[in-house]
Write a protein that binds this ligand. Structure first.
Ligand code: NAD
Length: 418
């Protein structure tokens, strides 16, 4: 984020809103509201460190817009986190929840810290104090955090327990992404990858791409990318290349993602897998294929490499993997792109299912979770596709138009208080 001269995520998300607002002739009063975050809470978090010293960390929780429901969004622990980044991510959550039509507003939170440098005890004390500082905002009908970069199931369990200790009874619905035995949902871990695979099916059917033997390249064989590779393989696709931060592996005959998973468990990387040829991440992006899944980190496809891409379809598993400049180049070249806010929304959809199950204290089977997820993503994909056709825009713009119009409608119906 913070490099000199570089626009912050907040400025970029505001600009994206401005562009779409103009295109859809958004009411300027609603536009003005949406350019701001509803509330920002900054907290300082004193933590007793293991060596006896005391360190004060800074954290935030930001609510962008709550017209459609309680605040939903992850908690990020990162040494480079800034308030501008948290605000941008909160706005993106408003759009992500709206595009898949789940009844939440957008939020995000985080603490400036490096979790890999903290002991388990320090991490727990930091998490519990952060949760307590936010207690005024939190609650299953108010604000429901979830894991994000640098946080996981264990941290969600501590947040849930801390909130419950403060109010005096167990409240599993105050966070999502918890372990299953304390109110987590089956199928949540695989959900972002699963929604990407559903979007591949939906797009392929409309674009006339046969999934049997379709060649797929996955950049980033992590939590999301590995699930996408497994699911697409089971649909008959040929996974011709995968990679991680150390590089990738290419085999035009197809790789077996189940074997790749067990290889990765042993050596911690896929780049030294023997049944294929080593490629760099840059070379991987230029490989001949039908479907490209960027599932690593943001900003991997830029104006420098966009003209080398040889896929027909790109489904964004990572958040923001394509820069705006590259997006234009790819669109001009006729490459169809399914945007991140739709493709990887499975995570927040199953978070919503987790919250519903917690509130009802009635838990679903994995099959029920997956079927309901498919319904939500299929419907959302179809709705975005229709907006794309009606307005003659690309899928990303269509997803934003749909999301922003849903939020705008909710603000209008509720009225501007007082
Ligand atoms: P992860 O850390 O499990 O996996 C990331 C993978 O990308 C790893 O294989 C890593 O080695 C690789 N990678 C990292 N830097 C790279 C680089 N410079 N070049 C090539 N590969 C690189 O993370 P994840 O949870 O799978 O998340 C991947 C993306 O999906 C992120 O953009 C994340 O924001 C997004 N996402 C994650 C979730 C979720 O619930 N996990 C939900 C929605 C979106």
């Amino acid at each position: 984020m913070g490099e000199p001269g570089q626009k912050s995520l907040w400025v970029m998300t505001q600009q994206q809103l401005d562009n779409v607002a103009e295109l859809m002739h958004l009411d300027p009063r609603i536009h003005a509201i949406l350019r701001h975050c509803k509330r920002v809470m900054e907290v300082s978090i004193p933590v007793k460190m293991d060596d006896g010293s005391l360190k004060v960390f800074t954290g935030w929780r930001v609510h962008h817009n709550l017209a459609r429901g309680p605040a939903k969004g992850g908690v990020r622990y990162s040494p480079t986190l800034t308030l501008e980044e948290v605000k941008g991510l909160a706005m993106l959550m408003t759009w992500k929840c709206a595009v898949v039509d789940i009844p939440y507003g957008g939020a995000k939170g985080g603490v400036v810290c490096n979790p890999s440098e903290l002991s388990d005890g320090e991490l727990e004390r930091l998490t519990r104090r952060y949760t307590t500082e936010l207690i005024l905002l939190l609650g299953p009908e108010k604000d429901i955090p979830a894991p994000d970069l640098g946080t996981d199931e264990r941290i969600m369990a501590w947040m849930m327990d801390t909130y419950s200790m403060n109010v005096g009874y167990s409240v599993p619905g105050v966070v999502t992404g918890k372990p299953v035995n304390i109110g987590g949902s089956r199928g949540r871990r695989e959900a972002p990858g699963r929604s990407v695979a559903i979007c591949v099916e939906e797009a392929a059917a409309r674009l006339g791409i046969r999934l049997e033997d379709a060649r797929v390249v996955v950049q980033g064989f992590g939590k999301v990318g590995s699930v996408v590779a497994l699911l697409l393989h089971s649909l008959g696709c040929k996974i011709v290349a995968v990679s991680d931060v150390k590089g990738g592996i290419y085999n035009p005959q197809g790789l077996n993602p189940v074997k790749l998973m067990s290889h990765k468990r042993q050596t911690k990387t896929v780049s030294d897998y023997k049944e294929g040829d080593y490629v760099t991440n840059e070379e991987l992006l230029g490989l001949p294929c039908d479907i490209l899944i960027p599932a690593a980190i943001e900003g991997m496809i830029t104006e420098k490499n966009a003209d080398k891409i040889r896929a027909r379809l790109i489904v964004e598993a990572a958040n923001g993997p394509i820069t705006p400049e590259a997006d234009t180049i790819l669109r001009d070249r006729g490459i169809f792109i399914v945007p991140d806010i739709l493709a990887n929304a499975g995570g927040v959809v199953v978070s919503y299912f987790e919250w519903v199950q917690d509130i009802q204290q009635f838990f679903w089977t994995e099959q029920e979770v997956n079927e309901r997820l498919r319904q939500v993503i299929k419907r959302a994909f179809g709705e975005v596709w229709e907006v794309m056709r009606e307005r003659g825009v690309d899928m990303r713009t269509a997803a934003y138009i749909l999301a922003i119009s849903r939020v705008a409608e909710a603000i209008k119906m509720r009225g501007i208080y007082p």
